[in-house]
Design a protein around this ligand. Structure first.
Ligand code: ASP
Length: 347
């Protein structure tokens, strides 16, 4: 199985690897995540594993191609995230989870480490690629965070692709919501119900309902960092709940002086700890390395409050880390050699 996956990755990546050898200056690197959670081999089918592997590989290649073409880290982050948003496998864009009342309400944000500009959208239901709208807020509005219909109106005006709410319907996500609703109503048969699509075991409590968000951090050949995150939030979320993903400093942060970060996990904890900005602060004010700072947040600060999840972190030297305190995290990187590297489980 592993051999087949490696071969598959090589076949998809080969043309890009050739291009990488031709014109890459060696500095650019891109790291992605597709959410953290109960991702364990025993719960995966070979088909599902292959589908994730392929999609993560495509996202890495799309982002890396942007860097290869001399585009910026912001372009690369957008390109990689678009691939995952367009896939039903991830809880973002097409595969967004359902709220308690059966809607898809998505959040996304983007930050440019070169100038500390940032943009975000929250609770949007008709924007095909919410990360594109977040970028438009960053580059074409005087604001940082737009929400609901106002955000959609702005996105439409800026030419973002729009879709009717039906586009975001997927059977798997709908069934997840039905299971969550049953559990809410005390149906014990719905307890401890493993969901292989979302890799979540329902029933152990609300802490099991939060994963699948996508994110990307990139360093371009000009030495600039960028970060982006896109999500459907949490299944069964109530009252127009907004998570950490569109909150700059919580789910997303980028600063050329320190690092670029995108988080995934139980959003409330990442908001309460300003997780992404805390990594940057530990580096800037405590002189910590990127890895030490990211590990401090994921293995100490968040779990000590009772939260869980993971993050991807990248610094200006091209060093990166992807700590997570859950059983697994979809993650990968592509750098110098132009070869996409992808992991899912703890390994
Ligand atoms: N952090 C996201 C949220 O709380 C969920 C996730 O990472 O999957 O909305």
């Amino acid at each position: 199985m592993q051999k087949t996956l490696a071969l598959l990755t090589l076949i998809i990546a080969f043309p890009y690897m050739l291009q990488a050898q031709n014109n890459h200056s060696g500095k650019a690197i891109l790291v992605i995540h597709g959410g953290a959670g109960v991702i364990e081999k025993k719960y995966m089918t070979p088909e599902k594993e292959r589908a994730y592997q392929q999609n993560l590989t495509q996202a890495l290649l799309a982002g890396y191609k942007a860097l290869q073409d001399g585009k910026t880290s912001v372009d690369a982050v957008q390109a990689a995230i678009n691939v995952m948003e367009d896939s039903p496998l991830f809880n973002a864009g097409k595969g967004a989870v359902f709220t308690h009342t059966g809607k898809n309400q998505m959040d996304a944000s983007m930050m440019n480490g070169a100038n500390l500009k940032a943009g975000a959208v929250a609770d949007v239901s008709t924007i095909k690629n919410p990360i594109n709208a977040a970028r438009a807020v960053m580059e074409k509005s005087p604001h940082v965070l737009l929400a609901c219909q106002g955000a959609e109106e702005f996105a439409r005006k800026e030419g973002c692709a729009m879709e009717p709410p039906a586009y975001f319907f997927t059977k798997e996500r709908w069934e997840q919501l039905q299971r969550a609703l049953k559990r809410d109503n005390g149906d014990t048969a719905a307890m401890n119900d493993y969901d292989p699509v979302r890799n979540i075991i329902y029933g152990a409590g609300p802490e099991d309902e939060k994963f699948g968000t996508v994110g990307c951090v990139a360093l371009d050949d000009y030495g600039h960092l960028a970060a982006g995150t896109s999500t459907g939030g949490m299944t069964d979320k109530l009252y127009d709940r907004i998570g950490d993903s569109p909150i700059i400093g919580a789910g997303t942060y980028a600063n050329d002086k320190t690092c670029a970060i995108s988080c995934t996990g139980w959003g409330e904890f990442f908001m309460r700890t300003l997780a992404a900005k805390t990594v940057s602060d530990l580096m800037e004010y405590k002189n910590m390395s990127l890895k030490a700072a990211a590990d401090t947040v994921i293995f100490h600060i968040i779990p000590e409050l009772g939260g869980d999840g993971g993050m991807i972190a990248l610094d200006r030297q091209g060093d990166f880390a992807f700590p997570f305190n859950t059983p697994g995290m979809f993650r990968g990187y592509i750098g110098k050699d132009g070869v996409p590297h992808v992991w899912m489980y703890k390994e």
